[in-house]
Ligand binder design. Structure first.
Ligand code: AMP
Length: 221
């Protein structure tokens, strides 16, 4: 099953994708994580990606598509994937359709996460992530704090703030979402594969609760 996680930054795509990946036994492919790994390792791709990510801009389509295409050809992707943060533009969505069609596959479901805008910035600036690339657990200082300050509950590694999780960059990332990415809601609705979930503390519906609902829904399709 090929699943897309769609939603503005801060909606919880990564957290929910992680839970779904564990439950369904298919890999979570996060383009953001792939870029961050390359930035950390100082590769050419990392340098290029950083010049966009640090400004809150999207990495160019051709670069991003190539990474996903290569990743989809890895053996562990043969039973389906959870794409977390891809596609983010209509060009990427069209190309993904073509790549999957060439393998006799399709997007089976696009999970569209919706969070009230006023919650998004707060969630992003309070986000802390595990520095251990193998763990990558995500915390929120207010909604889901770690048991020991600054340390990951799961592996004990140091928690860090993502470089692009600051108020200035977030505004630009949200703008990019509303201009370049949000047309994908209609795109996948027309394809008949859109499933929308609200993620909001105001209705007590955060990551784990939403992931459970999604898993229930997946049993029906
Ligand atoms: P994320 O971890 O998904 O929030 O991604 C972090 C940053 O990586 C984004 O703000 C973009 O700059 C870049 N990025 C991630 N995925 C994509 C994509 N599909 N297309 C273009 N840029 C991306």
């Amino acid at each position: 099953m090929n699943i897309i996680m769609l939603g503005a930054p801060g909606t919880g795509k990564g957290t929910i994708a992680g839970i779904l990946s564990g439950e369904l036994g298919i890999p979570q492919i996060s383009t953001g994580d792939i870029f961050r790994k390359n930035i950390k390792e100082g590769t050419e791709l990392g340098k290029l990606a950083d010049s966009y990510i640090s400004k809150g801009q999207l990495v160019p389509d051709d670069v991003t598509i190539k990474i996903v295409e290569d990743r989809l050809n890895q053996p562990d992707a043969k039973n389906g994937v959870i794409l977390d943060g891809f596609p983010r533009t209509v060009v990427q969505a069209d190309k993904l359709k073509e790549i999957l069609a060439n393998k006799g596959e399709k997007v089976d479901i696009t999970i569209n996460l919706v969070t009230p805008e006023e919650e998004l910035i707060e969630r992003i600036v309070n986000r802390r992530v595990c520095s251990n690339q193998e763990c990558k657990a995500v915390y929120n200082l207010v909604l889901h704090p770690p048991k020991v300050e600054g340390k990951c509950d799961k592996c004990g590694s140091e928690l860090i703030t993502r470089k692009d999780d600051n108020v200035e960059t977030v505004k630009s990332r949200l703008e990019q979402y509303f201009t370049a990415t949000s047309p994908l809601v209609e795109y996948y609705e027309k394809e008949g594969v859109l499933y929308t979930e609200t993620v909001s503390q105001s209705i007590n519906k955060l990551g784990e609760v939403v992931a459970k609902e999604i898993l229930e829904h997946l049993k029906e399709i």
